[in-house]
Design a protein around this ligand. Structure first.
Ligand code: SF4
Length: 412
């Protein structure tokens, strides 16, 4: 196959970082794979079969590979496998070693440095697992791990202990046992399928699993967590969508971190899911040099709305071993939230959360908008920094006293 690293087919992602250029939709293009037939390129199985999985392929397709990445890729298969679909690979800017797409999927040597506070299971899933592959941490819902495989592997993955099976975790979920546990626990009304990526299952297997879950009368609500729409939009076929729509209410949480991931292909795939009546939410992870910037984040959330996706969570990056080089600070996260709330559509504003280390669950983290609160009143700060008072209700009746003038000194 002839090398074409120039992205000169008119499909290249925009290089500018202005809000408007970030929000433009582009195709990922064909890049190196320009002579592949349309039917192969648009076939999700072809994409999986032709993933970049070795350091030699990386060197071939990315001549600008830096020594830190070369060394990281050499070690990857002992920690978290290297895999990138040709489609997603085309979004990498070969001229930029800090390309936000590149940073997410190309391993670096820094992954082998582990800080004392980092963990292999940072949110305590294994300790809340009554049967293999099922996490029951919150009272009324469970996380159902379907597979340990993904279309591509994110270098900051919270479940890198098990996904890709590079560390010998030996993940063997038994659907019968997982389903039996759910059937025996009437308090479980919500099941989230995740993994690995559930959309890597064949349509038939996924349909069988969803049917068995739907047959449990107390399961009210099904969710699928998937990064496939951004790594492998070819998988979102009309047949898959037609099958999924039989299981409503079925929601889907997709995962994108940077506006450049939202290509025309992804927009079309998300549109097919939305047309099947599947409400879509997005989960992002706050990542250093990827999206720790209010302009980038605002472009991402606005572009998600254009793709009919509600930005759902912004996660502080978990304390996964070897992820320090990708972790942005909580302070940056709060500042970004401050620059979203009130400055753009409320639907576009995700909830920023920290998944409490060790298994405490998601804790919302918000900028300080309530400056003081007592029996009589709440003092509030709006998005412009202006201060307002709201009289507190007592015993169901509004406070009768008139608002007092608020002095700055009262607010500390
Ligand atoms: S797609 Fe999800 S489970 Fe798979 S590597 Fe990325 S973050 Fe982990």
């Amino acid at each position: 196959m002839q090398a074409d690293n120039s992205f000169s087919n008119g499909d290249e992602p925009p290089s500018g970082n202005s809000s408007q250029s970030l929000k433009e939709f582009h195709s990922a293009g064909r890049g190196y794979w320009h002579d592949v037939s349309d039917s192969d390129w648009n076939d999700w199985k072809w994409q999986l079969k032709h993933r970049i999985t070795t350091v030699e392929q990386l060197q071939k397709f990315l001549p600008t590979l830096i020594p830190e990445e070369f060394a990281g890729a050499k070690l990857a298969n002992t920690k978290l496998a290297l895999a990138i679909t040709p489609y997603f690979f085309n979004l990498i800017d070969p001229a930029d070693e800090n390309c936000p797409i590149r940073l997410q999927v190309i391993p670096k040597l820094a992954e082998s440095h582990t800080a004392p506070w980092e963990m292999s299971d940072p949110v305590g899933e294994d300790s809340h697992s009554p049967v293999p592959g099922l996490v029951h941490r919150y009272p009324d819902r469970v996380l159902f791990l379907v597979t340990d495989r993904c279309a591509a592997y994110c270098r900051y993955c919270t479940r890198s202990r098990l996904v890709s099976n590079a560390t010998g975790y030996d993940f063997h979920p038994e659907f019968d046992k997982q389903i039996a546990y759910i059937a025996a626990h009437p308090e479980i009304r919500d099941v989230l399928l995740s993994g690995g990526d559930p959309l890597l299952l064949s349509d038939d297997k996924l349909e069988n699993l969803l049917s068995r879950l739907r047959a449990i009368s107390h399961v009210e609500f099904l969710r699928i967590g998937s990064r496939i729409p951004t790594f492998l939009p070819q998988r979102i076929t009309p047949e898959l969508c037609a099958m999924l729509k039989k299981f409503h209410p079925l929601f889907m949480s997709v995962h994108s971190n940077h506006p450049r991931e939202l290509t025309t292909e992804v927009r079309d795939a998300l549109g097919r899911l939305a047309d099947a009546g599947i409400p879509l939410g997005n989960q992002s992870v706050l990542l250093k040099y990827v999206n720790d910037d209010a302009t980038v984040m605002k472009a991402l959330v606005q572009k998600l709305l254009m793709c009919r996706v509600k930005p759902y969570y912004l996660y502080q990056c978990d304390l996964i071993s070897g992820s320090a080089h990708l972790r942005a600070s909580v302070r940056q996260g709060i500042e970004i939230m401050q620059q979203l709330r009130g400055h753009t559509t409320g639907y576009a504003v995700p909830q920023y959360v920290i998944d409490a280390p060790g298994g405490g669950g998601k804790v919302p983290v918000n900028p300080e908008y309530v400056l003081s609160h007592n029996a009589d009143r709440v003092v509030l700060r709006n998005y412009e920094g202006k201060i307002f008072e709201y009289p507190e209700a007592t015993d169901g009746k509004p406070c009768g006293r008139p608002p007092e003038k608020i002095e700055e000194s009262q607010l500390v």
